[in-house]
Every structure is written in structure tokens, then in C-alpha cells.
Write a protein that binds this ligand. Structure first.
Ligand code: BTN
Length: 246
């Protein structure tokens, strides 16, 4: 049950750090600041010093690229489970894997993979969780955001602090990575559906080359988005597509 733990004050990116490690079966990385924090679709992830959580977990993974869609959604469920264990409520998920509170972004997930896309590979699951983001001068973050200290005030609960948060996240994410190849996304699907921030809403799915409008029905057993479009029900897989409220 050995897992290498790297707590590094200053890093470019916890995902990059683990992607560059010679293949360890299991490794965790936490940083206090990221100088080149990365988001999905090549975006920058704002990562000020000592205010938030920047956590990545590297894991040997069977199932290849095809299983990643579901893993990415299940990671969102694991983050919600960790927060709910600490008394937070009202947290929702935006397909494929953004964590929201009142439609504002609370946490982001970036999953990367190396090795054989059709077999055994290495995944790095990165989670950026806003904890005390509002302490810094808010820079140009390109979307509405929130953080746990603001939510704790609204809910009237005690903010648990970053060490406990990191411990809960690691616990839930390690449980997920240990069991996912047996359970698949199906074991997480009901919880995902119950927290779907856009269920029944009209949305646009935007990719660099196209834009599709429809109503969100839910997700399929692999984690693909089910959208009711003018042409009928269509399935969409992650990658370059992003969803916005129409
Ligand atoms: C997104 O919503 O676009 C994903 C953001 C993921 C950010 C985290 S912070 C820890 C890990 N290291 C990175 O460089 N990115 C992820």
C-alpha cells in the first residue's frame, strides 16, 4: 500500500511534476504555489501562494484512454464526497468535471495520461480547490468563481482548514483510484446525476470547430453527456468540448 508523498512549497505545476516522475505506481504531490498551474484546454490555473489546494495523484491505471471519460466524472464525485464529509452542502458538478457552488467554479480537475492508450497506463489526476482565493487581489479569472471560506460563511459552518481538506481529498481520491478499475463509472453515476448543475437546462456545447445546442438529459454509463438536440438525443464525449448555459 505504498504511495510516495511529495509536499513541495514551490512548483511549476503538480501535474507536470508527477508526469515527469519515472513511473511510480502511486504518488501524491501537493504544492503551496504553482508558477505554471494548468487548466483544461491549455488554460492557466491561477495558483497564488498558501491560499488554495493544488493536489495531484499519479496512479498506474488499467483500461486505457477509453476509461478516462468516466474516471474524470468520478473524480468530481470524489471531490464532492470529501467536501460533504466536512459539512459542506449544495455543491454541484458541471460536465465533464467542474465543481461548482451556485454555478460558480469552486474546483477544477485536470486528468492527464501517459503510456499505452489502449492498455496499462499512468494517470495523473490534478485537483485545484479554491479555499481562500478571495484573500488575494482577484486577477482576471475568465469565469465566475467562489471559494470554500465564502461558502463556509454562507452555510454557517467552521472552515476546516487546508490540512484537513487535503487529507479528505487524498483519502477519497485514493479510494477512487484503487477501486475504479473494478467499479467503473457506474458506481459513481447516481451521485453524479444527483449533483448535475445543468440537468434540464438549455446549453451550448462549444468546440473549436462547432457549437451544438440542446437540453441536458444526463450522462450515460461511460460518462458521455446526453443532450436532447433538434436532431434527437446525442452523446458527447469530453476532450475539446465545453459546455455553457445558453
Ligand atoms: C480546469 O478546471 O481547467 C482544471 C484545473 C486543474 C488545476 C489543478 S491544480 C493542481 C493540478 N496541477 C495543475 O497544473 N493543474 C491541476
Amino acid at each position: 500500500d505504498w504511495c510516495q508523498l511529495n509536499v513541495v512549497p514551490f512548483l511549476d505545476s503538480t501535474n507536470t511534476f508527477l508526469m515527469q516522475l519515472p513511473t511510480a505506481h502511486a504518488a501524491i504531490c501537493l504544492a503551496e504555489v504553482q508558477t505554471a498551474g494548468r487548466g483544461r484546454r491549455g488554460r492557466h490555473w491561477h495558483s497564488p501562494f498558501a491560499q488554495n489546494i493544488y493536489l495531484s495523484i499519479g496512479w498506474g491505471f488499467e483500461g486505457g484512454a477509453a476509461a478516462l471519460e468516466g474516471l474524470s466524472l468520478a473524480t468530481g464525485v470524489a471531490v464532492v464526497r470529501a467536501l460533504e464529509r466536512l459539512g459542506f452542502s449544495g455543491i454541484s458538478l458541471k460536465w465533464p468535471n467542474d465543481v461548482l457552488y451556485e454555478q460558480k467554479k469552486l474546483a477544477g480537475i485536470l486528468i492527464e495520461m501517459s503510456g499505452d492508450p489502449s492498455g496499462s497506463c499512468q494517470v495523473v489526476v490534478g485537483v485545484g480547490l479554491n479555499v481562500n482565493m478571495s484573500l488575494s487581489v482577484a486577477p482576471e479569472i475568465g469565469q465566475p468563481w467562489t471559494d470554500l471560506s465564502l461558502i463556509a460563511q454562507v452555510l454557517g459552518i467552521v472552515h476546516p482548514g487546508r490540512n484537513i481538506l487535503a487529507a479528505m481529498l487524498i483519502d477519497e481520491l485514493v479510494q477512487l483510484l484503487k477501486s475504479y478499475s473494478n467499479t467503473g463509472f457506474v458506481a459513481y453515476k447516481p451521485e453524479w446525476e444527483a449533483r448535475n448543475a445543468h440537468k434540464g437546462l438549455s446549453v451550448e456545447l462549444v468546440s473549436p470547430v462547432s457549437c451544438v445546442s440542446g437540453v441536458v438529459l444526463g450522462v450515460n454509463p461511460q460518462g458521455a453527456l446526453r443532450l436532447q438536440t433538434a436532431e434527437g438525443e446525442q452523446l458527447f464525449y469530453g476532450g475539446e468540448i465545453s459546455l455553457r448555459t445558453a
